[in-house]
Design a protein around this ligand. Structure first.
Ligand SMILES: Cc1ncc(C[n+]2csc(CCOP(=O)(O)OP(=O)(O)O)c2C)c(N)n1
Length: 189
């Protein structure tokens, strides 16, 4: 599965959600699908997209929050899984695009998932109530929509090819994105 196609498959569902992505390829691919004020591209702070998503989900329980994470980033903040499970917000879906490498730094450095680490299994063991590993677009879209409908904290791992986007272009400055996203979050439901 290509991550771009996986993002396209859930893109219509992201319209009403607060979305936080990791930096690099995932951010660029979501941006390429069409930027929205409710999308935040978390630059530099590798591993912390899930923690930021948790904070938003807890402070805005009326809002569905979606985090688009990577395997390297998730492995860098495994404690984030236990903290998400501990507070268990029903309005948070944590998607991990697992390409088994640190793709965005341009080298094919393998992560532990290339050697058998099972992020959905780790998330389940951390206490995340709903987990899945998806290897094709249809099962990923179904797992995502089921999690939305269930209103239950979920970590969904999508196994994707290590394919770089044609460009890392993001047409809004980090600061602009920061203020625009804040305003989107402050808007009344
Ligand atoms: C603390 C920290 N270490 C390293 C980096 C450099 N860096 C940026 S993206 C990235 C790889 C992210 O890997 P992953 O989460 O698997 O996502 P992918 O790029 O494969 O989509 C790295 C190492 C960083 N931004 N911050």
């Amino acid at each position: 599965m290509l991550r771009l196609n996986a993002i396209k498959a859930i893109y219509p569902d992201l319209k009403e959600c607060a979305v936080v992505t990791i930096m690099g390829a995932t951010a660029a691919e979501l941006y390429a699908c069409g930027h929205r004020p409710n999308f935040f591209y978390l630059e530099h702070a590798m591993g912390l997209a899930s923690s930021m998503g948790l904070g938003i989900a807890l402070s805005r329980p009326d809002l569905q929050v979606v985090v688009l994470d990577g395997d390297g980033s998730t492995l860098m903040n495994l404690g984030g899984l236990t903290t998400m499970a501990r507070y268990r917000p029903s309005n948070l879906i944590h998607v991990v695009f697992d390409n088994e490498v640190l793709l965005s730094v341009g080298v094919s450095f393998k992560t532990a998932t290339a050697e058998g680490a099972d992020l959905a299994g780790i998330a389940a063991a951390a206490g995340i109530p709903r987990t899945a590993t998806c290897t094709d677009i249809d099962s990923f879209r179904d797992a995502f929509r089921d999690a939305l409908a269930a209103r239950e904290l979920a970590t969904l791992v999508a196994k994707v090819e290590p394919v770089l986007p044609p460009s890392f272009f993001i047409g809004c400055h980090m600061l602009e994105n920061r203020f625009e996203f804040q305003r989107a979050l402050e808007r009344e439901p």
